[in-house]
Design a binder for this molecule. Structure first.
Ligand SMILES: *Cc1c(COP(=O)(O)O)cnc(C)c1O
Length: 367
């Protein structure tokens, strides 16, 4: 074809677009439970730090992210179990930042994917996975979930070939909710060849309440091919500021810092991260409340007869099949903005108690 336009790489023109959660139309009132955001406004202490930082935005942020790297390393040392590196051994060298963990994942794939290499991940899972894989020039290998929205780790292991460069483990899995156990994760990582990168995407870490919960730092301490991804967007309520971090062995972390967008983490975000880690207890108390609300959603739905997966995130999944789009439209009309996945189901984030009440009122009618 004689096309005089700029030629886009075929992987780019074939990209599915990221579908953001529905937004509340101007002037309307609705509960936005479509993007797994934290329904709480930022803490006053964090807002005040943000306001102060606004006075300095004529300056570039610290390109080395020194303060937030040290704050995160301190946090890792405070929370690390006996199973990983000893207290004090986590340092800034183990940490890299990105404008959201989604951007970091893009950088991670750029580190390891050559054209045509394969990236294995569960599906349905986080919708950025296939997009970032294509952008990196890789080929997506999507492994169907097992029953009840669980990852099928055996099938993911079997899906790996000589061309596999990375495997993405989303736990808890967005949008279905279940998390894998530490035993399952360890067993899986042990079976992955040491030259294949294993990404443990723990965006919802703080919401997990289960026995044998994943201790990703312990796994990282034992396996140099592991990267752990975390974010300030969900439990910490900083989605609008765009900060995520990776924890990895220094060699990988340093490669990630080298691929980062220069000055990517803005000055206001840097201050907000330090303030949020300092206010961690207050923020995690809110997470406890959201977890209770999640359990109220799950119990209420199960009492109505729904087979709801046990979510460990700040969202629940309803398998609605072909009715999904129609039911999502009905939710919107009633002021509840959920996230539909056409032909599959809806994901509703844990929001205000009133949003839970409305969901349970509506879902009664779909049973
Ligand atoms: C929300 C989410 C992220 C990242 O969010 P950022 O805002 O980019 O940090 C990463 N992984 C999963 C599975 C998520 O749901």
């Amino acid at each position: 074809m004689n096309d005089s336009r700029v030629q886009l790489r075929s992987a780019i023109s074939a990209l599915p677009s990221y579908v953001p959660g529905a937004r509340i139309p101007v002037g309307a009132s609705a509960y936005k439970v479509s993007s797994n955001e934290n329904p709480y406004p930022p803490l006053p202490s964090v807002v005040s730090v943000i306001a102060d930082a606004a006075n300095d935005i004529n300056r570039y942020p610290d390109m080395s992210n020194a303060d937030i790297s040290e704050a995160v390393a301190r946090f890792l040392n405070d929370t690390a179990s006996e199973a990983g590196l000893a207290k004090g051994e986590w340092t800034s060298e183990h940490v890299a930042f990105g404008t959201g963990s989604v951007a970091l994942l893009g950088h991670i794939l750029q580190l390891v994917v050559e054209p045509g290499d394969e990236v294995v991940f569960p599906w349905r899972s986080f919708e950025a996975y296939p997009i970032l894989t294509s952008v990196a020039g890789g080929t997506s290998v999507q492994v169907p979930l097992a029953a009840h929205g669980r990852l099928d780790l055996d099938a993911m292991r079997e899906a790996m070939t000589e061309r596999t460069r990375a495997v993405l483990v989303c736990t808890p899995n967005n949008p279905t909710g279940p998390a894998i156990t530490h035993t399952e994760a360890l067993d899986f990582v042990q079976s992955v060849p040491s030259n294949v990168l294993v990404v443990l995407d723990e965006a919802y870490l703080e919401f997990v309440r289960m026995d044998d919960a994943l201790d990703a730092l312990a796994i990282l301490a034992g396996f140099p091919n592991v990267v752990v991804l975390r974010t300030f967007s969900k439990a910490y309520g900083l989605a609008g500021l765009r900060v995520g971090y990776a924890v990895a062995r220094p060699r990988l972390a340093s490669a990630l810092r080298a691929t980062a967008t220069p000055f990517g983490i803005n000055l206001i975000a840097q201050h907000a991260v330090v303030a949020s880690l300092a206010a961690r207890d207050e923020l995690l108390a809110r997470v406890d409340t959201l977890v209770s609300e999640r359990e109220r959603m799950i119990t209420g739905l199960r009492e109505q007869g729904w087979d709801v997966p046990q979510s460990q995130g700040n969202f629940v999944w309803l398998d609605l099949g072909e009715r999904t789009t129609a039911i999502a439209a009905q939710c919107t009309a009633r002021g509840l903005l959920v996230r539909p996945f056409a032909g599959e189901g809806i994901r509703a984030s844990v929001g205000e108690p009133e949003a839970t009440d409305l969901l349970l009122e509506l879902s009664q009618g779909w049973v």
